[in-house]
Design a protein around this ligand. Structure first.
Ligand code: 0PR
Length: 385
């Protein structure tokens, strides 16, 4: 047992608290641009309980391994994955995308990735890490991948096509069913990046929003990456990559002679069971209905925010598809800097000349009521209004 030198401990913790004071925090509600949240309280408890576990050596923690299997089953069910599928826990959207492209490269022996211009910057890392080439496909006026342009770029060298189900900048959804058909016909690996939208679209569809299918019910979809530390209301770092065929994980597996499993798939070795237990606890606690309610209230706050912004005389880049809003501005960087000095964090998207607001579960109408006058004043100061 570690015995504490109480004085030393107090000194360290006051130092930690002093530094933490400088952070923006979700619980005060002033972070409006992030795709993460304050985790559900149940996630916090489960996280701490599983702090010492290591899923990189599964024989040491068969119980945690079982939690992981059950969590993967939950995610696979949400995405309508077939029986032949398998899931790989990852640290988030970046690792999910890297792993998917690694599989595509191994399976095809090719190096070219066709992806919309709106794809997340993690693909730049993929190109550099795996010596792959990115071919950017223009987007339409609706901010989704232009399928006509895509077809022109398909080639013998194409390793994979990537579609977005919830883009980082605007929350848009690429025409996944159409892309799925193209990929089936052309025998191309089709990866769907649903890091943000994976925990939103299934529930919006149940709430009668008219959105395209994005999951394994589209036969050409080969893999989907979905993040629990975004709309899954869980703790950082956690995402899942689900692949249509279990055997595809073999091409990213190596012999692991020193540990309890014979082979290890994926990028990481040692990895904590804590975020997995936390996400599992949230999923068990909220259940399908709980997530549906959460998404419904995020959309109510989104619609409220949209109305308040329009009332100011500002316009939106487009009608929001999900709980992400782009507000058109002439000088988004300038507005973001000023808002930050006033204690509000939003993200700028220079490419679309807008700021991005993400209406995560912790954002309430009251917080929006506090924010709107600050946004108004800031826009007046810089001549946006
Ligand atoms: N794919 C998509 C569609 C994403 O939006 C993101 C992250 C990723 C992949 C990468 O996910 P990880 O960051 O989990 O690896 N999108 C957010 C963004 O770049 C991430 C984020 C979250 C940024 C919280 C800021 C923040 O405070 O905007």
């Amino acid at each position: 047992m570690v015995s504490f030198d109480t004085q030393k401990k107090q000194k360290i913790f006051s130092e930690l608290a002093r530094l933490q004071q400088r952070d923006f925090c979700f619980s005060r509600g002033h972070i409006l641009g992030s795709m993460c949240t304050v985790p559900h309280p149940i996630a916090r408890e489960a996280y701490i309980q599983f702090l010492e576990t290591n899923l990189g050596d599964p024989e040491l923690c068969p119980g945690t391994k079982e939690i992981e299997s059950q969590y993967i089953s939950f995610i696979s069910g949400l995405l309508h994955a077939p029986k032949s599928s398998a899931g790989q826990i990852v640290s988030g959207g970046t690792e999910g995308n890297i792993t998917a492209m690694w599989i595509a490269k191994q399976l095809s022996g090719k190096k070219e990735i066709l992806l919309p211009k709106s794809a997340h910057f993690s693909f730049q890392k993929i190109a550099s890490l795996m010596d792959m080439k990115l071919v950017e496909i223009p987007i339409t006026k609706k901010y989704i991948m232009d399928v006509v342009e895509l077809k022109k770029k398909i080639h013998k060298t194409t390793a994979a096509i990537v579609g977005l189900a919830g883009s980082t900048e605007l929350g848009t959804i690429d025409p996944i069913p159409e892309l799925s058909e193209i990929c089936t016909d052309e025998h191309i690996f089709f990866h769907v990046d649903a890091a943000f939208g994976g925990f939103v679209i299934p529930f919006l569809k149940e709430l009668q929003y008219e959105l395209p299918d994005f999951d394994f019910r589209c036969k050409g979809v080969c893999s989907i990456s979905i993040d629990s530390h975004k709309m899954g209301y869980a703790a950082i770092p956690l995402g899942t990559l689900v692949v249509r065929k279990k055997q595809w994980l073999e091409c990213i597996s190596v012999d692991s002679p020193y540990i309890s499993s014979e082979k290890q798939a994926g990028i990481l070795g040692t990895r904590s069971g804590a975020p997995v237990a936390a996400a599992y606890a949230v999923a068990r606690y909220l259940g399908h209905e709980g997530y549906k309610h959460m998404v419904q209230s995020c959309m109510e706050v989104t619609q409220y925010t949209e109305r308040r912004i329009r009332e100011l005389g500002l316009s939106l880049v487009m009608k929001p598809t999900m709980n992400v809003i782009g507000v058109k501005l002439k000088k988004p960087g300038c507005v973001v800097d000023r808002l930050s000095k006033k204690g509000w964090r939003v993200n700028k998207v220079e490419r679309l000349s807008c700021i991005r607001l993400v209406l995560m579960p912790q954002i309430t109408k009251q917080i929006i009521d506090e924010f709107i006058p600050v946004l108004q004043k800031t826009c007046e100061e810089v001549g946006e209004l």
